[in-house]
Design a protein around this ligand. Structure first.
Ligand code: KG4
Ligand code: ZN
Length: 333
């Protein structure tokens, strides 16, 4: 029988816990943190302290929503990296403590594996057969990979960002436009009232192969706002937001189309917070091959995706579980 898993994710600024049986999600609780907005980005110290306060209530809530208690949990899964060290430590230590005190197996999950595995939720692993192409776009990562299996590290990176992650660039652009943090959802909302062709912004066409670059686009937006002047930029904010979003989406979609052509792969999936973006989802679904997109709550950081990845990951031995460390960079092959 599929074991009932409690999954924990604390790699950045969301405190997350979920209960799942295989890829069937029973609950998925996310507590977003406050206190980072005035700094315009995630402050690692604030994130770690906030996880420490929230992890207990969030785990309780996930159990309650699933209608179970800790006695029913047969396995604990946790994000061991990549992410902020202090933030990861809170989740890993909590998971270790629960697993050790209950004598149940612990599964260490790579956060990026989680973003890919979100596509397997609700039993969809049977229809999404590897190999497939996956675009992972988040605040910390942007890459295109061939997924060759459902297990950990079973993907090969074809191209990645040479500078900012797409979400990072979006958050900085949102800040330039006077929006809050994280900027993605607000930028998308503002862009709805603007013309995506109002401003000509670069799409990194000069970057060869399957790599990405968003630093030039970010600088171009900065100069455009400066040239317009504060008042005019405020008046034209919807057009600026729409043009910026369009440039990001086009770059992501064109590289993905190129990767599909080069590899001959006939299936596509996307993951990561930016994959919650409406225009991106629509554009990716129009590339000529079936494209799986996780629901919005499974795109942005969450623990249900960690449970999905755990379904395809061997649990640690007792000794490995006791010695589990966190890691700051990702793994793939
Ligand atoms: O995956 P995620 O929650 O955290 C990381 O692993 O980084 O991704 C967060 C990123 C942020 O940059 C956020 O602005 C972006 O995802 N994001 C969006 C949208 N929702 C979240 N970007 C564009 N449109 C959205 N609707
Ligand atoms: Zn993430």
């Amino acid at each position: 029988m599929t074991p009932l898993v409690l999954a924990i994710e604390t790699s950045c600024d969301d405190t997350c816990a979920a209960v799942a049986a295989g890829t069937e999600i029973r609950s998925n609780v996310v507590a977003s943190q406050s206190g980072h907005e005035r700094f315009g980005g995630v402050v690692p110290e604030i994130a770690a302290r906030s996880h420490l306060l929230q992890i207990g209530p969030v785990v309780d809530e996930a159990l309650e929503q699933a209608g179970v208690t800790l006695d029913d949990i047969q396995r604990v899964a946790v994000t061991a990296g990549p992410g902020l060290v202090g933030a990861l430590l809170i989740g890993v230590q909590t998971a270790k403590a629960i697993a050790a005190s209950r004598s149940i197996p612990l599964v260490a999950v790579d956060h990026l594996h989680g973003h890919i595995a979100a596509n397997f939720a609700a039993g969809r692993e049977t229809e999404l057969e590897p190999p497939f192409l996956c675009l992972v776009v988040s605040g910390g990562h942007t890459f295109l990979a061939v997924v060759v299996g459902r297990g950990p590290g079973e993907w090969r990176i074809l191209g990645r960002t040479l500078d900012d992650a797409a979400g990072e660039a979006i958050d900085k652009a949102a800040r330039m436009l006077g929006l809050g943090f994280p900027g993605g959802p607000e930028l998308q909302r503002l862009a709805e009232g603007g013309d995506p062709n109002a401003f000509e912004l670069p799409r990194a066409d000069g970057v060869a192969g399957l790599d990405f670059s968003f630093a030039g686009l970010k600088t171009a937006l900065l100069y455009t706002i400066r040239d317009l002047g504060e008042d005019e930029a405020r008046r034209q904010a919807p057009g600026l937001a729409a043009s910026f979003q369009h440039a990001v989406v086009e770059q992501l979609a064109r590289r993905t189309a190129r990767a599909l052509a080069q590899t001959g792969l006939e299936r596509l999936a996307i993951g990561g917070g930016v994959a919650a973006n409406g225009p991106l989802r629509e554009r990716m679904q129009g590339l000529g091959v079936p494209c799986t997109v996780p629901t919005h709550d499974l795109c942005t950081d969450n623990a249900a995706m960690i449970a999905c990845a755990a379904q395809f990951t061997e649990p640690l031995t007792h000794e490995q579980a006791l010695g589990l460390e966190v890691h700051v960079t990702g793994g793939s092959r």
